[in-house]
Ligand binder design. Structure first.
Ligand code: SF4
Length: 226
């Protein structure tokens, strides 16, 4: 199931993932993961969740799982995924795309924040393929626990982690993909990459494309509802 990627000597998370794939157990255990070196410079591991009420964050009723790249600066501090500017844009796009935020379980391919200093700021640094691979056992355990009907990959890191390094989001976004042992997958842009676009017209065009991809995901979810 995993693509062939050099591990660069990184042990990976498998030895730290409990056998019991309850989200509460996983969320507790991920804080002790030393499967790669990213934990060293992060505040905490950021696991997935439902963004409903605190009592409803166990993902048990999630029909759609959304997978981003890694926590950002604010997520690292707060310990929750998609609570920063990219999360706000995702919220707006989900609403426009006809997806109820409460039915979505959001997580990341990599659970610790990778960054580099720039003055007093901590600037996002893209995780290496070997780090995505190292963290994959956590993602597989989450998929097993949540059992979503559809996975939406936000950005190339998540998409290539599940669909292989040859997958191009720019070329195949919004189309249903299959991967052995996984629910159907739709890939689209990561909202953070939209926010990084310099021109407002580019941000508007990419936002419209993200919404259109989410509409397609919503249509699939509706046509395959239980
Ligand atoms: S990024 Fe993933 S594999 Fe690396 S230490 Fe964190 S949880 Fe473990």
């Amino acid at each position: 199931m995993c693509p062939r990627i050099a591990t660069d000597g990184i042990p990976g998370a498998a030895a730290f993932v409990p056998d019991a794939h309850s989200l509460a157990i996983l969320q507790d255990a991920v804080q002790r993961c030393r499967g790669c070196t990213l934990y060293r410079n992060a505040t905490q591991a950021v696991f997935g969740e439902m963004q409903a009420s605190p009592a409803n964050r166990n993902g048990a009723k999630a029909q759609i799982m959304m997978i981003g790249e890694q926590p950002g600066d604010r997520e690292d501090k707060e310990g929750r995924p998609f609570v920063g500017p990219a999360g706000k844009l995702l919220d707006r796009c989900l609403k426009a795309g006809g997806i109820d935020r409460k039915e979505v379980y959001v997580t990341n391919a990599v659970k610790h924040f990778k960054w580099e200093p720039r003055g007093k700021l901590r600037i996002h640094k893209k995780p290496a393929a070997s780090e995505v691979l190292a963290c994959r056992p956590w993602l597989e355990a989450e998929i097993d626990a949540v059992c979503p009907r559809l996975i939406v990959c936000l950005g190339a890191v998540a998409a290539q982690g599940l669909l292989g390094t040859g997958f191009k989001v720019t070329k195949s976004h919004g189309t249903l993909q299959e991967a052995e042992g996984l629910p159907p997958i739709v890939a689209t842009a990561h909202p953070a990459s939209i926010l990084r676009a310099l021109k407002i017209e580019d941000r508007e065009r990419q936002t419209a494309s993200l919404i259109e991809d989410l509409r397609k995901a919503a249509a699939y979810r509706t046509s395959h509802a239980a």
